[in-house]
Design a protein around this ligand. Structure first.
Ligand code: ZN
Length: 113
C-alpha cells in the first residue's frame, strides 16, 4: 500500500526530529495534504497506526489538514483556489486555470513532550 510507505517516511522524519530536538514522545502530528496527492485518508490513518506502533509516535494522533487546489487563472491573471482539477475559476468561471499546487504532502507541525 502506497500509504504505508508515506507513513514510514513520516515516522523517519519524526525520529530524526526526536534525535535532533531530544523529545521522547509525540502527542500529535499535523499533516497538510493536497487533494491531488493521491492519498486515501482512511488508509493513511490506518497505516499510521500500524507504522508508529512500538515507536516514539505510538498513540500519537494524526491530524490531516486538507489543502485546496491552487491554480493560476489566465483571464483573471491571478492565483485562485479551485475545488478540484478541471474545475472552473470561482471568480470568472473560466476553465483556463493552470493548476499550480494541490499535490502537497508535508508535516505542518507536531506536538511533543
Ligand atoms: Zn478567473
Amino acid at each position: 500500500m502506497h500509504e504505508m510507505s508515506i507513513c514510514e517516511g513520516i515516522l523517519q522524519v519524526i525520529e530524526d526530529q526526536a534525535k535532533a530536538q531530544q523529545f521522547a514522545r509525540v502527542k500529535r502530528v499535523r499533516l497538510e495534504i493536497g487533494p491531488l496527492a493521491g492519498v486515501e485518508l482512511e488508509a493513511l490513518t490506518f497505516s499510521y497506526d500500524v507504522v508508529t506502533k512500538n515507536s516514539i509516535a505510538h498513540e500519537s494522533k494524526l491530524e490531516v489538514i486538507e489543502l485546496p487546489v491552487n491554480g493560476w487563472c489566465m483571464p483573471c491573471a491571478k492565483q485562485v483556489s479551485v475545488a478540484a482539477r478541471y474545475e472552473p475559476c470561482p471568480d470568472c468561471g473560466s476553465y483556463q486555470v493552470e493548476i499550480t499546487g494541490g499535490d502537497e504532502l508535508r508535516i505542518k507541525d507536531m506536538e511533543v513532550e
